[in-house]
Ligand binder design. Structure first.
Ligand SMILES: [Zn+2]
Length: 67
């Protein structure tokens, strides 16, 4: 069983919230924070894979239109 590191309740799911991933003061990427549904503590964070999929699809479409 996975438990929240703060409230120690069992996690069968987590909430997600959008965050910016800052590589520098001017370069940011779309990310998400995974939070406990009980106490809202951040359990983890990482890239927004749905935003990445959209960006990849957009770049592929742009490349196909150029060819
Ligand atoms: Zn919690």
């Amino acid at each position: 069983m996975i438990k929240c590191p703060k409230c120690e309740r069992t996690l069968s799911d987590v909430k997600i919230a959008p965050v910016k991933l800052k590589l520098s003061s001017t370069e940011t990427y779309k990310g998400v924070a995974y939070t406990c549904p009980w106490c809202n503590s951040v359990v983890s964070s990482g890239p927004d894979f749905l935003a990445q999929a959209d960006e990849i699809a957009t770049r592929v479409i742009q490349a196909l239109r150029k060819s």
